[in-house]
Design a protein around this ligand. Structure first.
Ligand SMILES: [Zn+2]
Length: 176
């Protein structure tokens, strides 16, 4: 294995874990409290510094996800899903602090091992909150016009995510 291999994100494992977890549900939005409980984690909302999205604490068997209470519900949901991604995918430190993770981090050549974990946690969050299978059914069966702002807003709110996160997800899945 070369150094370049080690800094490349891996998406397959996260996608499989997310697919297993969404079997708990028949439709969106995914209940993150139930997912957290299933994974033995507690979710807490606290007042945090504005630039801190979330914190993942691991102490023996205890796992606590702290999310910034001043962020929008959609952003809190993405943060929780992102921290669940770290919990499921990365061994990590006892305390992991996320300061506005870089969603658009794409330059693999300059990615550090830490960047790779952030990319993987974001990919897991997208797979968990906006499962490709559900989106495909919604978009194809209900003929949602993705150029219509109202339709995009309705789709995002059905999944409990921001319109921006939904637009990014649909582009990543090549719907747009
Ligand atoms: Zn992170």
């Amino acid at each position: 294995m070369t150094a370049a291999d080690r800094v490349r994100p891996s998406y397959v494992r996260g996608r499989r874990r997310a697919e297993d977890l969404i079997r708990l549900f028949s439709q969106p939005p995914v209940d993150l409290n139930l997912v957290a409980t299933t994974l033995g984690a507690e979710i807490r909302t606290y007042e945090l510094k504005p630039d801190i999205s979330g914190i993942l604490y691991r102490d023996g068997e205890r796992r606590v996800i702290v999310v910034n209470q001043d962020h929008s519900i959609e952003r809190q949901r993405f943060t929780i899903a992102h921290e669940l991604g770290h919990l499921v995918l990365h061994r990590g430190q006892p305390v992991h602090v996320d300061e506005g993770f870089r969603v658009n981090l794409r330059d693999r050549r300059s990615a550090t091992a830490e960047d790779v974990e952030e990319i993987e946690a974001n990919a897991f969050a997208a797979d968990l909150l906006m499962p490709a299978k559900w989106l495909r059914a919604d978009v194809e069966q209900h003929f949602i016009d993705l150029t219509d702002d109202n339709a995009m807003h309705a789709l995002a709110s059905r999944y409990g995510v921001s319109t921006q996160a939904m637009a990014y997800r649909l582009a990543a899945l090549s719907f747009t």
